[in-house]
Design a protein around this ligand. Sequence first.
Ligand code: SAM
Length: 391
Amino acid sequence: MLDRRTLLNTSVAAIASTLPALKAEAKGLDFDLEPRGTTGVFERLPRLDLESELGFYTSYRTWIRQDVFRSAARRANAIFRELAINPRENDLPIREVVKILENDPLMGYTVHARETTQQIMWAAIQDAYHADGEMYLEELERAELKGPGSLQLRADLHIPRFASYEIHLQPGGYVGDPFAGYIYYHGLNVEFGNGNYRDELQTGRADAVPLPPDGKVKRVLEQGCSAGQLTLALKKKFPDAEVWGNDIGAPMLRFAHMRSADLGVETHYMHELCEESNFPDNHFDIITNFLLYHEIPEQVGRDIIHESFRTLRPGGIWYPMDIYTSSPPPQSAYGKFSSWFDHRWNSEVWWLDYRKLAPDFENEMKRAGFEVVRHPTGQGSRTNIMGVKPA
Ligand SMILES: C[S@@+](CC[C@H](N)C(=O)[O-])C[C@H]1O[C@@H](n2cnc3c(N)ncnc32)[C@H](O)[C@@H]1O
């Protein structure tokens, strides 16, 4: 039986392989567990009833995110107008905005509906993988012996407290459940309205990643690579480059490597902190990340900027992609309320830190030594911040 409390303490140390680096060439060790097969590149959920259940949550949550959120924003605007405060842009600190809005029933319903389905959704996926836990552990273990690509896990890696929260309520977070990779992978598909069956989200982000000014790409790193979906998409975009993903979550990396190996894609995964990586100076041509910044403390965010500068070669580029790298934090009443409810009720522990860092992001990049430029995001007319290490 798998006991989550035990796993929280032991998963990284005990489950992380004690072998230093598994660069696998072994053949005939297939143990690709997809009880219901795949749809294209998508690993289907192990049971039809679970797939249907998640289908229901997906539709319900789409309705919440669209109609209910829109109604809540209208209500917030009306409340602010009654108080003669500009609802679209105001200087009120978040805690004042929250005081004004938090007792409104529609605000309460919005938060409640979103967060309860969030919890039920995660629990349903987690239960399914824990029910056959031994089997899935074996899948992960066997995949470690498989190539192409490599996985380097470190049993002695200290997990800082900031990285061990159950971000967006995912049970066990990224480090505390051995099946965190499976859980995240399927949960992300629900979060994006069943729109990530073919890693569309990450493929779109990989498409947006620019080339260094001299066009040379030999080595690419995705920081905080999670289930490896962007790492895979980057390898597709740069087939001749050596493509790496790093992450603090051993279970995430194990899933990422297992899936890459299943798909026959040569990607490399490194267990480490982005801000204290094991890579040498002047190593990568491109370093990127996606949805990392809103999940880390402000200081860690700053440290990652400096570490990226160190590990990029002269002329290389850093291309961080998150909510506020292409547009500033919203100053509207509902925008501030949303940031707060994600922080308070969705366990987005570091969201308010991210709001603080965002306005100083460009300055920190310049302090690290980057030339800062803006580059199209692939989403309409928006541009994303980009750092070029001077050649
Ligand atoms: C939201 S996920 C990234 C999503 C991913 N890029 C994708 O395309 O789905 C954030 C990841 O960053 C990792 N992470 C957070 N802080 C980290 C740090 N300081 N060093 C390494 N990984 C970190 C987490 O373990 C998690 O897997």
